[in-house]
Design a binder for this molecule. Structure first.
Ligand code: PLP
Length: 361
């Protein structure tokens, strides 16, 4: 089997995959395939309830958060957020433009109302994130939006941004449940499920009740968080399979890993190994992100020429390392180290990289 370093569908833990395999034939408690269990069954309601409880416990969520399991990916949140929080507001919402995905988010927000781009790394090729001294937040903004981990560029904020009197809205799609995150400081957190927590099809939204109280009254039902909150995420047919896999992942995080602090330690070890390999390569492997903003999830780098990168990717693929090519917008190499990827997989990759360098040099 290949090791999965893809930035898109991430590696999931083997123990979870084995349970998923079993559940396709029959979920043990039910005696039916997960693909054929009704979303209106008591069992599925208990899946949603347990999953919600696990996320609350893992993240230490305050009581006033709703935990919602939606569809439409993180992309639908790019629109639902400004529909809920920006429409009809006298002041612009503030957005950080730190990479490919925040560019998509702010373009969608512009369709709903005025936004102010507080900082953009576009001119400098998205190789770093802003320091606090570069960010002049306004107290009047209806909210601040940023992405905690830019999946494509491999840039991660290692602090919480913004002011306490302006709601913080954060896309955590690619670092959700990879470390503790001070959830109590946010008003809305969202993450799609194709990275750390399961297969595509479900998007987790954590939103404070106060945000919903002030939402416009005329939103389409499906695009109104209140519909989903009232229906406990079963407003229409939900992605039963994807939600079940996310439940198994949260059980794994609680029972096998032992919580998010422990998960963060493992993730730091994995990223540490990779960045050491880059730094010790004397410029053979060139890290893309500035050191202080390096992502623990997506390690992006280049080799001297595109030809050498192609040779590297072909050799890596042949050696059983999959998904290492960079995003189509940036090229280069990206090794994604999501929760399910083991330290041993990273050790094998860094060993391969050392070998490749020796042979190429
Ligand atoms: N935000 C981030 C940080 C992402 O990494 C991605 C996809 O990789 C998205 C948003 C878009 O997510 P989706 O394809 O689920 O709409």
């Amino acid at each position: 089997n290949h090791l999965n370093f893809s930035g898109g569908p991430g590696a999931l833990p083997e123990s979870v995959l084995l349970q998923v395999q079993q559940s396709i034939i029959a979920v043990p408690e039910v005696g039916l395939s997960i693909l054929g269990i009704s979303h209106r069954s008591d069992w599925f309601a208990s899946v949603v309830a347990e999953l919600e409880g696990n996320i609350r416990e893992l993240m230490g969520l305050p009581e006033d958060f709703h935990v919602l399991f939606l569809q439409g990916g993180a992309t639908q949140q790019f629109s639902m957020i400004p529909m809920t929080l920006l429409r009809g507001k006298p002041h612009p919402a503030e957005y950080l433009h730190t990479g490919y995905w925040s560019g998509k988010a702010l373009a969608e927000a512009r369709r709903e109302g005025a936004i102010r781009v507080l900082w953009s790394g576009e001119a400098s090729g998205f190789r770093r994130l802003p320091g606090d001294e570069e960010l002049a937040y306004s107290p009047d903004a209806p909210y601040l939006h940023y992405i905690s981990n830019e999946t494509v560029e491999g840039l991660q904020f290692h602090r919480v941004l913004g002011r306490d009197d302006v709601p913080r809205v954060c896309d955590m799609s690619s670092d959700f449940l990879s470390q503790p995150c001070e959830a109590e400081r946010y008003s809305l957190i969202y993450a799609h499920a194709q990275k750390n927590i399961g297969p595509a099809g479900v998007t987790v939204v954590l939103v404070r009740d106060g945000v919903l109280k002030n939402a416009p009254a005329d939103l389409p039902g499906f695009l109104d968080y209140r519909s989903h909150a009232q229906a406990h995420s079963i407003f229409n047919t939900p992605p039963v399979f994807a939600i079940y896999v996310v439940l198994l992942i949260t059980r794994w995080l609680r029972n096998e890993i032992g919580g998010l602090s422990r998960m963060a330690e493992i993730n730091r070890s994995k990223a540490g190994l990779m960045y050491r390999r880059l730094d010790d390569s004397h410029g053979f492997y060139r890290g893309r992100a500035e050191t202080q903003d390096r992502s623990l999830m997506n390690v992006t780098f280049n080799l001297a020429t595109p030809e050498l990168e192609q040779r590297f990717l072909a050799a890596a693929q042949a050696a059983g390392f999959s998904g290492l090519s960079g995003h189509r917008s940036t090229g280069g190499i990206r090794a994604s180290l999501y929760n399910g990827l083991t330290l041993s997989a990273v050790e094998q990759l860094t060993g391969f990289m050392e070998d490749f360098q020796r042979k190429a040099g």
